[in-house]
Each structure stands twice: as C-alpha cells, then as structure tokens.
Design a protein around this ligand. Structure first.
Ligand code: F6R
Length: 241
C-alpha cells in the first residue's frame, strides 16, 4: 500500500481529484467505483470544479456505487442515490443511465444483489475504486466478520456504524438497520484502489490498518494483498502511526 500524507482534508481531496481526473483522461471508457459518506465530498466538489473550469468530461464514464441503505428510495434525502445525484452527478456531464447505485427499495433484494454483481462483471470491474473506511475497518458496508470472498450482498449494519451515520438522520432510530453492499471480493477485483482517510477520529483505524494483521475482523486489512492500493490520508488521520 502506497501512503500519501497530506496536510489536511482539502489537500487530500485535491490529490485524489488529480488521480481520478488522470484515470478519466487516460482510459477510453473508465469504470469508477464510488463511495458516499463525508470523506469523498471534497473530491466530488473538486471534480465538479474541474468539469466546469477545465472541461473535464464524464461523457464516457460509468460509475458503480458501493452501497445503499435498504428501504430508502432515490427520493429519500438520506439515500445514497440522492447523495450522489446532489453531490456529483447533477453537476457534471455524466449520462444518468451510466450511474449505478444498488436499489435499496427493490422488491426482491436478493435478486438486486445478484444483478448488481452481474452488471459490474459485464462492465469488466472497476478501473478505479474509491473507498472510505469505517471506524471499525469496514469498506463499503462490509462489516467485521464479512468473508473476504463476499460478493454483493445484504448486510445488517453494526450498531457502531448506525451510530456513526446517525449524524445524517434526525435520530438513531431512523438509520436503516440493513444495506446492500458490493462485497470484499468485488472490491478486490478493482484494478486500482484509492482509499481516502481524514481526521483524528480515524487515527486508531489507520494505525490498525497499517500495523495490524490481515483478518476478517478488520475488513480493510485485506487491501494489503491488493497490488495497487493508494491511501491518501491527512496528517490528523496519520497522527498515531
Ligand atoms: C459509503 C461507504 C462507507 C464509508 C465509511 C466512512 O459508501 O462505503 O464504507 O466510506 O463508512 O464514512 P465517512 O466518510 O462518512 O467517515
């Protein structure tokens, strides 16, 4: 794992933005894996700026999001589809039909998982997968204990994850208990992975990732076995290393 240290969140987002723009500019039909949450917001804003000011075009880009809450439709402001539309897709020239997010309100969720995984496979997997990391080491919504071979599946969210994400909802009770997530096996097939980590509250998580063993108890640890992972982390996140 290649670790790039940045002064702060803004510099982390800018550096990530350069790498994503380079992928878009060098691959004919790039397939990007996208994350939600607080961490990539600065990256998405930077990509919007690059589109508006430097004509970075997303016409040939296809995106697959990592995850979606079960039970939240695209019109729900807390759904990840809504987040992606508002934070990125609406502001760039990507074709809406080339933006994929698992459908958390599908009638048959099992079927949705199978067809989402199939769609990723048909597209040849991600050229670049963007990841954040949960305090407990989750990637996507693959919580501790998820098999490293997992494919797109339904998960029961950890209580700690629900609490961490409650800041986006009116109350903890409103945070869904389940989500659809691409699997760790799915993520590991990405050609390149870019993991973004910011803030002092992630310092213990980064330390465990870098110094700890590879174990299903800490899902992100498997990234050490991937041949092309770049971590961009700010000084606060790296402060305990
Ligand atoms: C979201 C996702 C999650 C987040 C993680 C960190 O699509 O895949 O793994 O990346 O929960 O969230 P933030 O960035 O809000 O700290």
């Amino acid at each position: 794992m290649n670790i790039i240290s940045t002064k702060d969140y803004q510099e982390m987002s800018r550096k990530a933005c350069e790498l994503v723009a380079e992928t878009i500019n060098t691959i004919e039909k790039p397939i990007l894996g996208l994350a939600t949450g607080s961490t990539p917001e600065g990256l998405y804003q930077c990509l919007i700026n690059k589109h508006k000011e430097e004509q970075l075009s997303f016409r040939h880009v296809t995106t697959f999001n990592l995850d979606e809450y079960v039970g939240l439709g695209s019109e729900n402001p807390n759904s990840y589809r809504y987040f992606m539309n508002g934070k990125l897709f609406q502001h760039i020239d990507i074709r809406k039909e080339n933006t994929y997010v698992p459908n958390g309100s599908a009638e048959n969720l099992e079927e949705e998982c199978v067809s989402y995984e199939e769609l990723i496979r048909e597209h040849g997997g991600m050229d670049l997968q963007i990841l954040g990391i949960g305090l407990n080491g989750h990637i996507g919504f693959n919580e501790p204990g998820t098999p490293f071979t997992s494919r797109t599946h339904i998960v029961e969210l950890d209580e700690s994850t629900r609490q961490a994400n409650a800041r986006f909802f009116d109350s903890l009770e409103e945070v869904p208990t389940h989500a659809i997530t691409t699997g760790i096996g799915t993520i590991m097939e990405s050609k390149k992975i870019l993991l973004l980590i910011s803030g002092e509250n992630k310092a213990d998580t980064v330390t465990r990732l870098v110094n700890g063993d590879i174990s299903e108890d800490f899902p992100a640890s498997i990234l050490k076995e991937h041949p092309n992972v770049t971590i961009i982390a700010d000084e606060a996140a790296l402060s305990k290393l």
